[in-house]
Ligand binder design. Sequence first.
Ligand code: UD1
Ligand code: CA
Length: 450
Amino acid sequence: MPTAVVILAAGQGTRMQSDTPKVLHTLAGAPLVAHAMASARTLDAERTIVVTGHGGEAVTAAVHEIDPDAQTVTQEEQLGTGHALLQCLDALDGFDGDVLVLYGDTPLIRQETLEAMLEARATGTGVIVLGFHAANPTGYGRLIRDPNGALLEIVEEKEASDLQKAETFCNSGVIAADANLLRTLLPRISNDNAKGEYYLTDIVGLARADGHSATAVECDEAETLGVNSRIDLAAAERAFQFRARIEAMENGATLTDPDTVFFAQDTIIGRDVTIGPNVVFGPDVTIESGVNIHPFCHLEGCHVSRGAVIGPFARLRPGAELSENTRVGNFVEIKNATIAENTKVNHLSYIGDATLGSGTNIGAGTITCNYDGVFKHRTSIGDNVFVGSNSALVAPVTVGNAALIAAGSTITDDVPAGALALARSRQSTKGGIGKRLMDRLKSLKHGTRH
Ligand code: UD1
Ligand code: CA
């Protein structure tokens, strides 16, 4: 059955105390809304629709950047969850299948949980609601079931009797329903209730009144954590990281001190990767199998191939592309640069906007001077090149294969293949002067004369 995912994200998020719309605050390096959108991608959703309201333009732009095929629908006034979904009927036009409703601020729902809901839908049940047993149910809609477990209705806190309030089985807000059923029921939801809102939760009662069945699928309360404040955001980050570390280890990575490794939503880690303490992954990182990342590294927007060794204290920035068996050592920064196999940049270097061939050795303290204050320029270094320590390569500049650059050189002209380039002032050495100068300085210090 095809699936359409609708993500409700029109709410204001006042408690974030922020000028940024709530769903654009980041969790594991990605906006909150991207987490719900990732679920849609994994479920292979035919349509992804995000309902925006507060901060609509910024949210719309972010949504399209994450997934150009996603649709956004504006809910001008936030009149309730039922009203929000009603706004999506045009975007769902012609769609036949299951509609899965997620919240933009609830990023931790597991894929398995959503799959279980869609499986329950596949048995012909009209409406599936994701429920959980709440430690403190106050504020949640209560799921009222008959003794056979069929879902009868969802009662919002404000409408609940004391007896219903004692129910701890609560509505997470995630709902799956048949698209055609939604088309008939959503327009019938009224706002005749304590909050004067159109409650999406009313569709359970309406579906049953029309002879359709409803049921609840249960998940762990932790999955339903919604982000309403920065404190919630930190709790969600902690939960995300806890899960990501377990997953990395289950997939064959060694984490020396898991609690100090931070992954992004989209980090890809191969087998037999070793990650030392205090390593942080920003967005868009792929680490192939057999890579060793020493402590205190920061990586984002990069691809590290098999057998590479990174760090300690290395920084890989967007566009760093490391081939097999490369070495990037301590206090080295790599940005927008391709490094071919077996090449070493081991100490104290900046390699930016560059192409490095294979088997090349970049000496300690080498800098590619890529920026003239206005424009960025490229440095191109061939295979089997030896760059002596403390060299500056002023881009644009090209160094041919097997060339040799003397230590301390400032290279401003291209170096042909096989050439030796020396670009530093010649040393002059004066016999005996060193000792004489030193003796004089010492005597000055001690006030004696020789
Ligand atoms: C909702 C549920 C409640 C459930 C709880 C779980 C309803 C009526 N109630 O209550 O049963 O236990 O979530 O957290 O559905 N939103 C819009 N447009 C609107 C209103 C809300 O897009 O007009 C979005 C919000 O941005 C948010 C989500 O829908 O992501 C839930 O809205 P919220 O106001 O937090 O619902 P609750 O009152 O908490
Ligand atoms: Ca809420």
